[in-house]
Design a protein around this ligand. Structure first.
Ligand SMILES: [Zn+2]
Length: 416
């Protein structure tokens, strides 16, 4: 008996795998290990003998090549088990709305949580299909347990249909993507694939191979603190300098609130304030890495302008690299994206290609030597109580995975 991606998904979402950015352990929370262990057992049950979890919690496994296909390129599929720290992820109660009829869905545990077709064109396009929501108090966890379930269902399909020709297929389930550490301990050499696909995207057909390039800049103002009662002519308040600096940042452009598509931004997102010393952290985002340098230069200029009339203050700017646009790597491996397009078309879908205004584990993995674009998994309204997924998108994702395995199998060097 085959287990559908949806059946698997309904089980995986009951595991509390919320990650925690403040944790000092890896993975950041023990609940992730519970699911990762369960997945290892399920892979064994499918006959995937080498499935194992490493010391950091990463699960890797191999679907062996079919007869005569071991010369084909090794490819991989990756999904993350953790859910966003921004929303409760314990006691998730998934609800299957069979053949969804297009009505507003009032989630039972909180009547203010309502999915409305009028607000969500993607939902409107799934009328008539089975969809799954949470119950109103938690996220659903389709990001990225939909991806996990799809890879597991595809693995079962490939293990039970050995007549489908394919090369060696590697699988990885990873922790801590949502807190930006999913690639930290990913052993690219041990994974041993020429490329991989994360299943962590939206509606059926979506294919993502461009992400932001990202840095963060910390701007630290130093002032001078003294007793405020006797501060006349002496005190230099770093909080006021920082507030002045933030007010100088562009608003109508170069801001997350006022940009979309291919436009980058500067985004002040954290401040540590005292009279003596105040730091402002600013995210820098651009699809071109050169654009990051321009944005950093603008921030530095505004920071220095802020203290131009206050010789007693100083300011320091420090840039930290976050990740780079995966397209730089993927452009050198055009097959990786081209075969994904073909696999999507063979599933009867038109590829929907758009830039990711963020990063994925693939952004970092690509620069670690594993070119990794992102495929749709059916996630919608992720990181929210209104998160939902449809059976249709999940089944299509399984089909695309199987198609990719076949297509890469056809790339095996012919003997002679
Ligand atoms: Zn995700």
């Amino acid at each position: 008996m085959k287990t559908s991606a949806l059946d698997r998904f309904l089980r995986y979402v009951t595991f509390d795998t919320r990650s925690d950015e403040k944790s000092s352990t890896f993975p950041s929370t023990p609940g992730q290990l519970t699911l990762l262990r369960a997945l290892t057992d399920e892979l064994h049950a499918l006959g995937i003998a080498d499935a194992a979890m490493d010391a950091h919690g990463y699960v890797m496994a191999t679907i062996p090549a079919t007869r005569g296909m071991s010369g084909a390129p090794v490819i991989g599929f990756i999904a993350h088990v953790d859910t966003s720290p921004e929303m409760p992820g314990a006691n998730v109660k998934p609800i299957v709305h069979t053949q969804y009829d297009g009505r507003d869905l009032v989630l039972p545990d909180d009547p203010t949580a309502i999915l409305r077709v009028a607000d969500d064109p993607a939902l409107a396009s799934r009328i008539g299909y089975d969809i799954v929501t949470a119950s109103g108090l938690t996220l659903l966890g389709a990001d990225d347990k939909a991806g996990v379930a799809e890879i597991m269902a595809a693995a079962e399909h490939l293990m039970t249909h050995r007549e489908v020709p394919h090369g060696t297929v590697r699988i990885a389930f990873t922790p801590d993507e949502e807190v930006g550490h999913g690639a930290d301990h990913f052993d690219v050499t041990r994974f041993g694939a020429v490329c991989a696909y994360t299943l962590d995207g939206g509606s059926a057909g979506e294919l993502e191979y461009e992400s932001f390039s990202a840095d963060a800049i910390t701007v630290t103002f130093k002032g001078f603190n003294t007793h405020p009662g006797y501060a006349k002519g002496k005190m230099v308040n770093a909080i006021k300098l920082a507030a002045d600096f933030v007010a100088r940042l562009p608003r109508e452009r170069l801001s997350p609130e006022t940009t979309d598509g291919y436009d980058g931004y500067l985004h002040p997102y954290q401040m540590e304030a005292s009279v003596d010393r105040t730091s402002v952290k600013v995210l820098l985002r651009d699809f071109k890495t050169a654009g990051l340098k321009e944005k950093a230069a603008l921030v530095e200029r505004l920071a220095h302008e802020t203290i131009a009339n206050e010789p007693r203050a100083t300011v320091e700017c420090k840039v930290d690299e976050s990740y780079r646009n995966m397209r730089v790597v993927l452009d050198r491996h055009p097959d990786v994206v081209e075969l994904a397009r073909t696999a999507i078309r063979r599933a009867g879908l038109e590829p929907i290609e758009k830039p990711i205004r963020g990063g994925t584990d693939g952004s970092r993995l690509s620069f670690m030597g594993l070119p990794t674009p992102n495929l749709f998994a059916g996630e919608h309204s992720f990181h929210s109580r209104l998160e939902w997924v449809s059976r249709y998108d999940m089944d299509k994702a399984v089909e695309v995975i199987v198609n990719l395995c076949r297509l890469w199998g056809e790339r095996r060097p012919t003997a002679g």
